[in-house]
Design a protein around this ligand. Sequence first.
Ligand code: TYM
Length: 322
Amino acid sequence: MKKRLLSGIKPTGDIHIGNYFGAMRQFLDLQNEYESFIFIADYHALNQIQNPKEMAQYSMDIAKAYLAIGLDPKKVALFKQSDVPAVTELAWIFNCLTPMAELERAHAYKDAKAKSNPINMGLFDYPVLMAADILLYNSDVVPVGQDQKQHLEMAQDTAKKFNRIFGETFKVPQELILKDVGAIRGLDGRKMSKSYKNTIGLFDDEKTINKKSMCITTDCRRADEPKDIEACSVFSLHRLFSTEADIKKLEKQYCEGSISYKESKELLAEKINKFLNPIREKKAELDKNPKLVEKILKDGAEKAAAEAEKIMKEVKKKIGVA
Ligand code: TYM
């Protein structure tokens, strides 16, 4: 029997290459090896996106992105989180086992508090819903980017705690984080993130990519000055789109000062456009056929709901309500 993989992306803005290289590429690489459940985390997005049109649009775009990068709906159950409502039921059960002090240590909550941003219960409880996502399907592995590590640890703790109190029920899932990738940098050098508006979109057109590439923040070294490859966000993005030989050549040019930032950015834009072309084409096809995407999500939700039901039956028995 194949082991099980689960992951998700929240529809809070345009899907970007940070999502792709941190997480989605793993979904793609592992779809043959694992029985995969990959979803659109719309209930997670609700604490930010409170506009129905935007929610529907961003959700649909994530579904199209999953398909456009090459996930095969015959191998992967693709679905919307909200189409399997058992997840909120399990989140409630986990709420009753989770100390508030643990959630007060969560990064997203601490960041929002430090910035005096408004905090709703959805944000505070975010890691519990995420634990429910992961454990509801008895996942073995969860491929994510580095920024999700703490959430994964909380899901692991929740599984262990439930098992300790009520008897062995959940597998303790393993996170899959690509060490060599880390956090992909955005246009301003910070982590690429929908909330920082510093992203390179997976569906950006050629003109936008050319424009965005020229806007990547650099220091002000002249063309003939040696440049620092570690500090340079342009160089860090080149790594994602280059062969080993290409990156070695570029490294040499940076170190000896034989390439300007302008040239490096133009070269990067070329590589990104080449990479995005087939994804854009597939997306354009899917735009013409929204019914197909909806059908794929419906079928995925049916498969996911059937799995969820099995576990919920066991959970309810264990806690004494069934
Ligand atoms: P989200 O929507 O912020 O991001 C989706 C995935 O993309 C990865 N990622 C990055 N990786 C590297 N560099 C970056 N700059 C970068 N930005 C984003 C994220 O690590 C993530 O893997 N809480 C999750 C969604 C979620 C989920 C789950 C994931 C909800 N339930 C259950 C896995 C399992 C989130 O906000 O991802």
